[in-house]
Design a protein around this ligand. Sequence first.
Ligand code: DOR
Ligand code: ZN
Length: 335
Amino acid sequence: MKLVLKSPLDMHLHLRDADMLKIVAPLSAESFSAAIIMPNLIPPVSTKEAVQGYRKRIKEAIGGEKFEPLMTLFFRTEYDYEFLEEIKEDIAAIKLYPAGITTNSEEGIDNFSLDALAPVLESMSELGIPLCVHGETNGFVMDREAEFIPIYERLAKRFKNLKIIMEHITTKDAVEALDRYENLYATITLHHLYITLDDVAGGLLKPHLFCKPIAKRPEDRMALRRVAFSAHPKVMFGSDSAPHPREKKEAPGCAAGVFTAPIALQALAQIFHEAGVLENLQKFVSDNAQNIYKIKPPEKEVVLLYEDFEVPQSYSDVVPMFAGEKLKWRIESVL
Ligand code: DOR
Ligand code: ZN
C-alpha cells in the first residue's frame, strides 16, 4: 500500500540554532515542504535582523533542499505599527508566549489585559499578520490550557479580524472553543494524538515524552483525534518537534519537548491508517494550513509505503519519539 502526501507542512517547529540547527533542520527539510519556525531562541527572535539572520542560517543548514522556513517573531508589546509594517514580508506570524511558561519564554507576556495587548494586536489585524499563542496560564499543570480559554475568547471577540492560532492544543476545552469563534484556529502535535499523561508518568517516567503542554486525559486525546482525523478545516498539523540534547532530557530537571520531526509523517500515516481515515491526512498535514495561512508552499511529493520503519535510537544526541520501535509506514521517496 502506498500513500502520496503533497507538500506536507509542519505548522509549529523548533529548529534551535548553531550545532543543533545543523542536526535537526535537514531532518525536517527532507520530508516537509515548509514549516512555521518558532522564535524562542536566546535571545528571542524579535528584530528584522534577527529574523533575516535566522532564516539565512536555516537555509544554510539545509543545503539545497527544497524547504521554506516560514519565520515568526517573538511577541512584544513594544512593537509599533511602522515596525510591523516593515517586517511583515519577512514573517508568517507572531508568536506569543506567556512569560516563563516553557523553554526560553522568560521574556514573554505577563500582563494579558486587553489594553496592554491592544496596540500590537490592532496593528497585526490591520496588517493581516496571524497570532500564534502558547495558551497556558501558570496554574496547576493539568489545568493550564483550560484556564487560558477565557483569554482566547476575549482576544477572539475583541480582535475579530485577527487570525488566532491556538498552538499545540491538548484538551477537549480547546477543541470546543474552535467552533465558537470564527477567528480561532489550532495546531495539533503528533505526540498529543498518541499519548496521554499515563504514557508519560503512569509507569516508569518517560522524559522523552515530557513536554509543554503536558499530555492530558484519554477524553482529551479523543477530542483531538476526532478533529484531526476528520481534518476539521480549522486544524493543522504542527509537530512542536522540540529537540534537546539527551543530557538535558535524561536529567533531574528534564527539559520539555518531544522530538518528532524525522518520524512525524510515518507516525501520522500509521495513526490515520489505523483510524481508517488515511484519505484525510493530506488536509490535516497541508491543505488546511494553506487555506488558513494563505500560503503556497514549494511543491514536494512524499511517497510513503506500508512497510516497517525502525526508528533510530537517536539522531546525533537527540532521542526521537518511538526510538528503537517499529512504525508501520516508511518514507520511500521524496520528489
Ligand atoms: O515542550 C515544549 N518544548 N513546549 C514548548 O512550548 C516549547 C518547546 C521547546 O522549545 O523546547
Ligand atoms: Zn513549541
